[in-house]
Design a binder for this molecule. Sequence first.
Ligand SMILES: *[C@@H]1O[C@H](CO)[C@@H](O)[C@H](O)[C@H]1NC(C)=O
Ligand SMILES: *[C@@H]1O[C@H](CO)[C@@H](O)[C@H](O)[C@H]1NC(C)=O
Ligand SMILES: *[C@@H]1O[C@H](CO)[C@@H](O)[C@H](O)[C@H]1NC(C)=O
Length: 172
Amino acid sequence: MERSKGCLSLLLLAAVVASLVACSSAGIYHIVGAGKGWRMAPNRTYYGDWARTRNISVGDKLMFLYRSGVYNIVEVPSRDLFDGCSMRNITNRYQNGPTIIELVPPAGPRYFFCGVGKHCEEGQKLKIYVAPFAPSRTQNDEQAEDSSGSPAAAPVPLLALAACLLALLLLM
Ligand SMILES: *[C@@H]1O[C@H](CO)[C@@H](O)[C@H](O)[C@H]1NC(C)=O
Ligand SMILES: *[C@@H]1O[C@H](CO)[C@@H](O)[C@H](O)[C@H]1NC(C)=O
Ligand SMILES: *[C@@H]1O[C@H](CO)[C@@H](O)[C@H](O)[C@H]1NC(C)=O
């Protein structure tokens, strides 16, 4: 049991590393919640505020950093279910953190929340709008990353990797 979990984690790590290597050309990683990761929100607008500062488009990836068993991610298909934190109709469920979700077409709204306890009601929920394509990506993004005070383009994957390693250590 423990051993297979460790193996899975290693596989996951390999997948993460492989995709990080590949990522520079294929869409952008968005670390959900930035430094806080995916956890009980400090307040009810936290994840909404985070999403508002990001341009998210098809081909990008959402990276949810969380501790398995403590948090999870469910996706629901409609605004009503999201607003009501309703798990009546779940389209995706992820429970082995960290989770990377590639935003495949079609563009449009996506609704995620944590299905554990009252976490969703407390604000651990994320609504995003996935745009069909990125607004003039190549130069703009690097400038945006640099001037926003967040780590510049190159260190982001390292930071993500470090966070993943931490998450894996927590797992084992
Ligand atoms: C929510 O928490 C974040 C992080 O602690 C903080 O920056 C933000 O101002 C808070 N928002 C409200 C409405 O309290
Ligand atoms: C999002 O895209 C708009 C329009 O191109 C741009 O003005 C803005 O700076 C971008 N924001 C971020 C955080 O990249
Ligand atoms: C559940 O979601 C699917 C996919 O969006 C939708 O077709 C179906 O009508 C939904 N069912 C309920 C009970 O909301």
